[in-house]
Design a binder for this molecule. Structure first.
Ligand SMILES: Cc1cc2nc3c(=O)[nH]c(=O)nc-3n(C[C@H](O)[C@H](O)[C@H](O)COP(=O)(O)O)c2cc1C
Ligand code: SF4
Length: 413
């Protein structure tokens, strides 16, 4: 089978079929209106992705509450957003009905920005703040996730990704660092309560066996006490709790897992491999393979951190650029049982049409991500996000943002 045949082959996921192995990763781009609803900018981005040839598209991190937002212009999924979200999904499906469309549900916890929102936390990491969450507040957050999943189902999404990655609340609860004695912390049974209850209730309360439920999981956060470490006194990669989590979520209806690692606020290169250490992306293949070994054969594993491979001229050791490209790495990982799909994050901003161009033999037309980190700078600075290398609109946004802040922001020191 050629690399192209592999990447363009269909895949069963739950009771659905995905047209190919390309997954548009959740990429928050901070262009919602003041009520958290999609704007013309949001619509334009997803129109591009829906025309881009992906088998599955994931809506960026959408917050289940207005209370704890990391971004000023983040998308929201509450009762009052139901109608605009419904119109949005209808609009996007009219562009192309083929791709599966899932929503990534999130709550920012201690990463919420207290200047316009409320920062809350199971237990703040050193250097972070936030009010300690109470049992009652967490019970309400569980309800908000379940309600958000119901809204996603009602507005026409094909499924939800309950975000347990990126250092946001889902992960903050799971990590051994959450050793406070409360209903959602301390023992593994309590730290996993949030994730297990949300999946269990979605399974019971949403009566739609075609609706997909899964999770992006940071299996190793890469600091002592982070998820995937045995405790606060060790950083060693320990699959005990990730295994218990993944098996427990499968028992509660999960049909896909999106591999992740690191926590951008603490271990950025691990979460999002960059120019400085592109080979950190290799670790993600190791983690994806570990998840693949744990799950049932029919459970779909989506690998991450493919931006660094690009067209193969990436500084990584390889016999030829062709064998080091995103297509070669992606296809081999599918063929070797490392992951079933490949997620494209930054690359989907750089060129949303990559899968379609690849399918149609237009590889020479693809704009590859240069790993310049400018989209991350826009994210940190609360601006509209997009690719500043290839999209003139976002180049202007970057220019104005830098003028406002008195210069560029160095992301990786
Ligand atoms: C600007 C930006 C926005 C992101 N937004 C999200 C998000 O909403 N949800 C999420 O799980 N990860 C988010 N990520 C992480 C990406 O989904 C992805 O895991 C990471 O960029 C590494 O993959 P890549 O090499 O394909 O870019 C974001 C990353 C960037 C740079
Ligand atoms: S702004 Fe830079 S890092 Fe971001 S997608 Fe474009 S080329 Fe890649």
């Amino acid at each position: 089978m050629s690399y192209k045949d592999t990447l363009l082959s269909p895949l069963e996921i739950g009771r659905r079929t995905c047209a190919n192995r390309f997954f548009a990763a959740p990429m928050e781009c901070c262009d919602a209106d003041s009520e958290g609803n999609p704007t013309d900018l949001t619509r334009a981005r997803y129109e591009r992705l829906f025309n881009g040839g992906y088998g599955m598209v994931c809506l960026e991190a959408i917050s289940v509450t207005l209370e704890s937002l990391a971004r000023k212009h983040q998308l929201l999924i509450t009762r009052s957003n139901e109608k605009p979200l419904s119109a949005f999904v209808k609009h996007i499906r009219a562009v192309n009905p083929e791709p599966l469309f899932i929503f990534q549900l999130t709550h920012s916890g201690e990463l919420s920005d207290p200047t316009f929102s409320r920062s809350v936390t199971p237990r703040p990491l050193p250097g972070f703040g936030g009010e300690l969450l109470t049992d009652k507040e967490m019970d309400k957050i569980v309800d908000q996730f379940v309600l958000a999943a119901k809204i996603a189902n009602a507005v026409g999404a094909d499924g939800v990704d309950i975000k347990l990655a990126g250092g946001y609340l889902g992960t903050q609860l799971l990590r051994p660092y959450n050793n406070r004695d409360w209903k959602y912390g301390g023992s593994w049974e309590r730290r996993s309560r949030f994730a297990f209850e949300v999946f269990e209730r979605i399974q019971k309360e949403i009566h739609d066996d075609r609706f997909l439920v899964g999770s992006k999981i940071a299996v190793w956060e890469g600091f002592p006490g982070g998820f995937g470490s045995p405790g606060l006194d060790s950083v060693v990669y320990d699959l005990t709790e990730p295994t218990a989590l993944i098996k427990g979520l499968e028992e509660r209806g999960a049909t896909f897992f999106h591999e992740s690692a690191g926590s951008p606020a603490a271990t950025l290169d691990l979460a999002t491999a960059g120019k400085r250490a592109p080979y950190f992306a290799y670790l993600h293949s190791c983690f994806a393979r570990d998840i693949k070994k744990i799950v049932k054969v029919e459970t779909v594993v989506i690998g991450s951190n493919y931006a660094v491979y690009g067209n193969g001229r990436n500084g990584l050791l390889a016999e030829s650029p062709e064998e080091a490209s995103v297509f070669a790495f992606g296809a081999r990982n599918v063929e070797q049982g490392v992951n079933d799909m490949i997620a494209l994050g930054r690359q989907s901003l750089a060129d949303p049409f990559l899968p379609a161009k690849y399918r149609d033999g237009q590889e020479g037309e693809i704009d590859f991500c240069t790993l310049c980190d400018n989209c991350s700078e826009l994210l940190i600075r609360q601006a509209n996000i997009g690719c500043t290398t290839y999209n003139p609109y976002y180049r202007d946004v970057l220019k104005h943002t830098r003028e406002q802040h008195g210069g560029a922001l160095k992301i990786r020191h």
